[in-house]
Design a protein around this ligand. Sequence first.
Ligand SMILES: Cc1ncc(COP(=O)(O)O)c(C=O)c1O
Length: 412
Amino acid sequence: MLIVDFFHNRFLWNCNLEDAMKLSKRVTDTPPYLFHLIDEKRKAAQERGMDVISLGIGDPDMPTPDFVLDLMNEEMRKPANHQYPSYKGEHDFCENVAKWFQRRFGAQLDPQHEIMATIGAKDAVSHLPFVFIDPGDTALVTDPGYPVYEAAIGFAGGAPVRIPLEEQRGFLPDLSSIPDHVASSAKFIFVNYPNNPTAAVADQSFFENLVDFSKKHDLVILADNAYSEVYFEPADRPISIMQIPGAKDISIEMHSFSKTFNMTGWRIGFIVGSKALIDAALTLKSNFDSGVFMAIQRAAARALGHPDAPLFNESRTQLFKLRREIISSALKEMGFRFKLPRASYYFWVHIPENYSSSVAFCADLLENQGLIVTPGIGYGPSGEAYFRISMTADDSKIKQAMERLKYFVKGL
Ligand SMILES: Cc1ncc(COP(=O)(O)O)c(C=O)c1O
């Protein structure tokens, strides 16, 4: 099987594992996970003695806040929390999520039937395609996009149909460009706003159009809202698709505590949607896993309503605004083309004109300066002219990284 070595801009022959080990085509036909490759490259460079700075992965560098740790400390000491959790999520978890949803988005959810706890948003993103896809089916994905969308559709036996996200359209899909027969034969559409990797946000009218379009073509909407709390200005505060009348019956929205409370390692998120859709997801999930540690569910759910949560959110926003400022001034000074991120952790930046491949640019930057950023092609063909910078390193590391980038760009 062929895999792309993102950091050497060439294809590699990945030996005949499938012959020797009887691996499934579903595995041998899927490239290794982009961020796993990046991590391997970081380790290899460090083993060669290189001082590496990684702005490659969207994993917050700050710890989970103390108030969440205190809640966890309490919850993990309760023996009742040590047994198998319920498959759908604990009742009090769902209750607290429903209350937060009402406060945050003004949308009403039935905690008993319309909310399910997940092992992070990735659990939902990677497994929901199995709920809808039969072998040979198609599903619409935005390109560029979080790589798990396409991989999961493929694992489920389907084929992704890519809808390009163009800069001049604010990285929103042009739904009118999708031929009727393509839309009507697809099972669902994955959308993700705030968007990884482009940092775009979508407004109410986009979601209204999406709901109309999806109803017309009998499509389910899988809306990934993992970055709902990571935004910079009140005007860009992300909305939920559940705010759109009629959306709930045809949509599942994914949420995560990972980015909201610096809890990437805890593995907790949730999905919301109509009872029929959540029940369908539960059929799959209850056969695949046994839920999230109850102490984590309860600590996370209580964190949503904790009096320290708004303050934490505000201080995190200020911190990221400062980082955004450091990076954007440095990129401007270097002459890079980019849009200021409106949400998420990412800068989505044009590669320099001397390069025609995002992989070649990122590989050279790593080799010459020990700086890791992510090649846009890793998010889909429409990402080829871009690279992604993640703001998840402390200010001094970010400043150092920008110095290295300047030095590199000067030498081009
Ligand atoms: C768009 C998007 N969705 C989902 C996830 C997964 O988040 P979680 O940590 O909740 O699994 C990520 C992680 O980076 C992401 O970027």
